[in-house]
Design a binder for this molecule. Structure first.
Ligand code: AMP
Ligand code: MG
Length: 522
C-alpha cells in the first residue's frame, strides 16, 4: 500500500511555539512546540497490533515494510507528518506542578481511518522535546511492553483507552535507576506508537488558566468542542458547562469499568486524565490479583495510597473539580457548573458501577440488591481472594440445580492460602443468597452463565504475566509477549489451552518487583 498521508489539525488550529530547538523551557502563549524525533541506532519492530493496524487501514505488508519500522522508531516520517510535543500542566499527587508537557511523547500527525474516524499517532520515547526538563525523552523496554500490551488488552475488555500500534526496539541502551536506590543501570530502549482520536488532557486546559491566558484557554476549548464535542460548540457558557458535565460522565464511566475489572491506574494526576474519558498513560499501573481496595502498584504512592484501587472513583471526581476550576473563566466564574458536573459524575459512576457489578453477578439490578452486591465485595476483600478467578467462577455456580451448601470448587480456586472456616461459611451463606436471587431472573441459568462470562474476563493482564514477557524479551525472546497479546485480545473466551495465563498470581510473584510494585522510573 502507499504511505498513509497525515494532516496537522492540531498545529494548524492552535497557536504554537516560535522556537524549534528541543532545549527545555517554559512555553507560554502556545499549545505545542515542534519536536523532531531523535534517530535511534537500529529500530526493530518487535510487536504490533493487527486489530489496530486494520482499523487504521494498514495491511500486514505495510506493517512489515522496513520503512514502517523506521517511522515507528522515529528515524523517518511519512508524508504530511510534522512532529510536535504538546504543552500542558497538571496536578501531581494533589499539588499543582505547573508546566509538564510531552517530555517524551512526540505527536506525528493525524490520519483519517477507512471508517472515516480520525486518529492521531504519537511516539512515546522518541527523544527530548522542549518539555523534557532534565530527563532524556526516552522509554525503556519493560515499561514500553507494559504500555503496549495493556492498551490493547484494555481495548479488548471494552474499556475506553488510548491504543498501541507498535513496539519498536531502538537498539540504544538507556540508563535508569529502577528502584531509585542509587543503582542506575543500562536497559534496552523502546518506542511505543500510541493512537487516539486526541491526546488532550485535563492539564491541557489547566495550564493556560493557571497563567491567566484566558484567550488561549478559550481557543483550546473551542477547538475541543468543534472537533470532539460538536453538540456543545458555539453555545457560550451553557455549552462549556454541558461539555464539562459530559467529560465528568465519561470519566465516571471509564473508572466504573476499571473498578469492575480490577484495573488500578496508579498515577491519576490531572495530566494523565484524557478529555475524551480514555484510559491514558500506562505507567506503574496494575491489576489487583486478590481483591484489595487499598492496593496501589505505584511505589511512589506507597505511603499516601492516594491512587489506590478503592480511591479511584473519588480521585476521578477530584480531577473533574480541577478541570472545572480551569474552565471557570469560560463559565462566567459560575461555580455551580462545577457542582453540577460533580453531581453528574456521582450519578454516572453510581449508575454504571451498579450496572457493571450487577452484570458480573448475572442479576438485573433492583434497589434491594444494593446490600447483596456490597456484602459480596466486602466478603471478597476480607481474606485474600482473587477477584478475576472468583467472578469468573460464578458462571459455574449459577447453573447448579441447587444453592451451594459448601464452597464450590471453582470458587475455592480463588483463595490465596487457606481461608478461615468462618470466612468460608460467610462465603457460602453469601453464595446462597446470590444463587436464590438469580432464580428471580427471567433468563434461564445457562443464559445467565453465558452473559456473565461476557463481562467477567477469564484473562486480564496480571502484573506477573507482563513481567514474564519482559524477562523473556530481555533475553531476545518475544514469544511470551506475542502469546499474551493474542490471548488478551479475547479475554472473555475460554481458550482452555491458555489456562495457566488465567491462574491467580503465583507465590514467587508476590513480592517480586514488576509483579507487585512498580516505580515511576520508566
Ligand atoms: P508521567 O508520570 O509519565 O505522566 O510523566 C510526567 C511528566 O514527566 C510528563 O510531562 C512526561 O512527559 C515527563 N517525563 C516522564 N519521563 C520522561 C523522560 N524519560 N524524559 C522526558 N520527560 C519525561
Ligand atoms: Mg503523563
Amino acid at each position: 500500500m502507499a504511505s498513509p498521508v497525515f494532516t496537522r489539525r492540531f498545529l494548524d488550529s492552535l497557536p504554537g511555539d516560535d522556537q524549534t530547538d528541543p532545549t527545555s523551557r517554559e512555553v507560554t502563549g502556545a499549545l505545542w512546540s515542534l519536536a523532531q524525533p531523535t534517530a535511534v541506532a537500529d529500530p526493530k519492530l518487535v510487536a504490533w497490533s493487527r486489530p489496530l493496524a486494520e482499523e487504521l487501514g494498514f495491511d500486514d505488508e505495510h506493517m512489515q515494510d522496513p520503512k514502517t519500522a523506521r517511522v515507528l522508531g522515529g528515524n523517518a516520517l511519512w508524508p504530511g507528518m510534522d512532529p510536535y510535543a504538546a504543552n500542558y500542566g497538571g496536578h501531581q499527587f494533589g499539588h499543582w506542578a505547573g508546566q509538564l508537557g510531552d517530555g517524551r511523547a512526540i505527536g506525528l500527525g493525524e490520519l483519517t481511518r477507512p471508517d472515516g474516524e480520525s486518529a492521531e499517532l504519537q511516539l512515546k520515547g522518541a527523544g527530548p522535546t522542549a518539555y523534557s526538563r532534565r530527563a532524556d525523552g526516552r522509554a525503556v523496554l519493560r515499561s514500553s511492553i507494559r504500555e503496549f500490551l495493556c492498551s490493547e488488552a484494555m481495548h479488548a475488555l471494552g474499556v475506553p483507552t488510548t491504543r498501541a500500534l507498535s513496539l519498536v526496539l531502538t537498539g540504544d541502551q538507556i540508563v535508569r535507576d529502577m528502584f531509585y536506590d542509587g543503582n542506575a543501570a543500562p536497559e534496552p530502549g523502546a518506542i511505543v506508537c500510541r493512537v487516539a482520536p486526541s491526546f488532550l488532557r485535563f492539564g491541557s486546559y489547566q495550564l493556560p488558566c493557571s497563567r491567566k491566558d484566558h484567550a488561549l484557554l478559550k481557543t483550546l476549548a473551542d477547538f475541543t468542542l468543534e472537533n470532539w464535542f460538536p453538540q456543545f460548540a458555539g453555545q457560550g457558557k451553557d455549552g462549556y458547562a454541558a461539555w464539562l458535565a459530559e467529560v465528568a460522565d465519561r470519566t465516571a464511566q471509564t473508572i466504573a469499568h476499571w473498578q469492575a475489572v480490577g484495573f488500578v491506574h496508579g498515577v491519576l494526576n490531572t495530566d494523565n486524565m484524557s478529555i475524551l474519558g480514555l484510559t491514558i498513560d500506562y505507567g506503574p499501573y496494575g491489576w489487583t490479583d486478590n481483591y484489595d481496595l487499598g492496593w496501589t502498584p505505584n511505589t511512589t504512592d506507597a505511603q499516601q495510597h492516594r491512587y489506590a484501587f478503592g480511591n479511584q472513583p473519588t480521585i476521578g471526581m477530584w480531577n473533574i473539580a480541577r478541570l472545572g476550576e480551569a474552565l471557570l473563566p469560560l463559565l462566567d466564574n459560575d461555580e455551580s457548573c462545577i457542582e453540577a458536573a460533580a453531581t453528574r459524575y456521582q450519578e454516572s459512576y453510581s449508575k454504571h458501577a451498579t450496572k457493571r457489578f450487577s452484570d458480573k453477578l448475572g442479576i438485573t439490578f433492583e434497589p434491594d440488591d444494593v446490600k447483596l452486591i456490597q456484602d459480596g465485595f466486602d466478603w471478597l476483600g476480607k481474606e485474600e481472594t482473587d477477584m478475576t478467578v472468583f467472578f469468573r467462577s460464578l458462571s459455574n455456580v449459577v447453573t447448579e440445580a441447587e444453592a451451594p451448601n459448601a464452597m464450590p470448587s471453582a470458587c475455592q480456586a480463588a483463595f490465596y492460602g487457606e481461608p478461615s472456616e468462618s470466612h468460608v461459611a460467610a462465603g457460602v451463606a453469601w453464595l446462597q443468597r446470590w444463587w436464590q436471587r438469580t432464580r428471580k431472573e427471567s433468563r434461564a441459568p445457562t443464559e445467565l452463565a453465558t452473559a456473565m462470562d461476557r463481562c467477567n474476563p477469564k484473562f486480564v493482564l496480571r502484573n506477573w504475566l507482563s513481567q514474564t514477557a519482559i524477562d523473556a524479551a530481555h533475553k531476545g525472546d518475544y514469544s511470551v509477549l506475542e502469546r499474551l497479546q493474542k490471548v488478551m485480545q479475547r479475554p472473555f473466551d475460554d481458550q482452555p489451552e491458555h489456562d495457566e495465563l488465567a491462574a491467580k498470581r503465583p507465590e514467587w510473584a508476590r513480592h517480586k518487583p514488576g509483579c507487585s510494585a512498580l516505580s515511576c522510573s520508566s
